[in-house]
Ligand binder design. Sequence first.
Ligand SMILES: [Zn+2]
Ligand SMILES: [Zn+2]
Length: 388
Amino acid sequence: MRPCPTFLLVLLRWVRLRMCARRWRYSNGNNSRLPLCVRQRWAYLKLMVNSLYYNSLTNSDVIMDSLMEPIFWMVDLLTRWFGSVFVCLVVILTSSILLIAYVGLLPLILNTYSPPWIVWHIGYGHWNLFMIVFHYYKATKTAPGYPPTVKNDIPFVSVCKKCIIPKPARTHHCGICNTCILKMDHHCPWLNNCVGHFNQRYFFCFCLSMTLGCVYCSISGRNLFLDAYSAIERFKHMDLDKSGVPVTGMGQLIGILPPGQSTYQTPPPPYTFRDKMFHKSIIYMWVLTSTVAVALGGLTIWHAVLISRGETSIERHINNKEAERMAKHGKVYKNPFNYGRLNNWKVFFGVEKRSHWLTRVLLPSGHAPYGNGLTWDIYPIRKDMIPV
Ligand SMILES: [Zn+2]
Ligand SMILES: [Zn+2]
């Protein structure tokens, strides 16, 4: 009995379909031999694991940030703990320089300098000191500004994922303060405070006046430093040239001094203890002030550049990325908070008339900055300020 051709055709097609289906299942890693309930649970488990980290915005930056998160957390924690230590360090080091200036240098200036130079040193030195103390105190004690936590109608650009509150423009979260900061620039460990909308001027003026003070000490103390350094060097050589004492000083330690010279007569010391302390203090002052002048001077110049551009330190990175992104599309990014170099400085210092350059810039002033740090419509206040 011959099989029906139609039956054979259907059988062949069925076998082929089964093989294709099996191949497809294996190629997709789906093992149909497992019971349905096991496969369902496996699929549910996979979905649950994926849901823990899946994000449509996930990229290499997010993954790197997540991996670095423990390190950031540790740095934030240490910075928070050592905040008071850094502030004490600033106070102690500044006080030590003041002590040297008042006890060591001031009598010297009064006894040896001409009257015009005495007036200059006393006048400038005290103005600079007052600027440093005033701005440091205000920078540490003034709150940088925080966004409201209650419901409001203030426009916002995003939501802080840590505070779970709306973030107005220029607001960023500080991991060390653990709160959002208005117009945040950075967290300064030397102030143990964030630099934000309400204390940025104090911070910058402190940096500037401290740099000027260090440059002043460094320049005016240069000759004294050279004298003190050569005096200390001379004193060292005198010590080493004493007769009967080996150059390395080991003779005194192991008792091989020549006979009859164990109690040799030493010449009277050329410098008293007071002289030596004075020389060492001058060297300490010059080295410290010169180092701070270079380091803090660089920071001050960097912040001056940022202020000229109408940016904060954080916005500098954001704006650079935005400029690169827009350049790929053939567009030019414009910072909406840049009103032109001179106007940026006027906004920063709160200069509204010419006399303010004296009363608000050259002299200590406690006036509040423009705006509330929540909205940035400065144009109604200053009609001539148009973003460039
Ligand atoms: Zn926040
Ligand atoms: Zn902070």
